[in-house]
Write a protein that binds this ligand. Structure first.
Ligand code: IMP
Ligand code: MG
Length: 191
């Protein structure tokens, strides 16, 4: 008979291959700050938050509840073609906005800006549609691999090193979006 094990099984949230970079508490505190800033800067204006699916869904859900303004939300889904983990800048719109953004103040909500290729192309598409203003909020900014150096991010949650991160909406091959924290995958081949 096997001796009773005192080792606790790891779960999805306690996966030993993932090191926590930002805890749920740190994320909540930062998002409250971002929400206050956005509330101040758009005071008296009507705002449309445009979430870029799928990665931004968790960030958008938290951020919108920290913005005390008259706002609406809409979503876009784009596929960025990748060579491995690197995007090529070719973007295909898989799902477009449900409503026009003409004469609206638009805040594009992204999970992470890496090379910036996907977002630059997306912003070009949106800029042809007659919005009053278009700004960008990204939960994470990974500046090291940036190719589009001119891309300005108006609201950044956290600046991170050049590591592959998951959780809080970000995935590795579809997995880990549900982690309530941001983690770094130790061994990507085992992720
Ligand atoms: P970019 O065109 O290189 O800026 O690619 C941005 C997209 O790549 C993001 O919206 C994410 O979907 C994905 N991405 C970039 N870095 C990471 C990461 O560290 N973890 C998970 N997804 C990432
Ligand atoms: Mg994305």
């Amino acid at each position: 008979m096997a001796a009773e094990s005192t080792k606790t099984e790891s779960t999805e949230f306690t996966n030993p291959n993932i090191d926590v970079l930002f805890s749920a508490e740190q994320i909540a505190a930062r998002i409250a700050e971002m929400g206050e800033q956005i509330t101040r800067e758009y005071a008296g204006k009507e705002l449309v938050l445009v979430g870029v699916l799928k990665g931004s869904c968790v960030f958008l859900a938290d951020l919108m509840r920290a913005i005390d303004l008259n706002l609406s939300i809409d979503f876009m889904s784009v596929s960025s073609y990748k060579d491995g983990q690197q995007s090529t800048g070719d973007v295909e719109i898989l799902k477009d906005l449900s409503n026009p953004i003409r004469d609206k103040h638009v805040l594009v909500v992204e999970d992470i800006v890496d090379t910036g290729l996907t977002l630059s192309r997306l912003l070009e598409i949106l800029e042809s549609r007659g919005a009053y203003s278009i700004r960008l909020a990204s939960f994470l900014d990974k500046p090291e691999p940036r190719i589009k150096k001119e891309l300005m991010i108006d609201y950044v949650g956290f600046v991170i090193p050049n590591k592959f991160v998951v959780g809080y909406g970000l995935d590795a091959a579809g997995r880990y979006r549900n982690l309530p924290f941001i983690g770094v995958v130790r061994d990507p081949s085992a992720a």
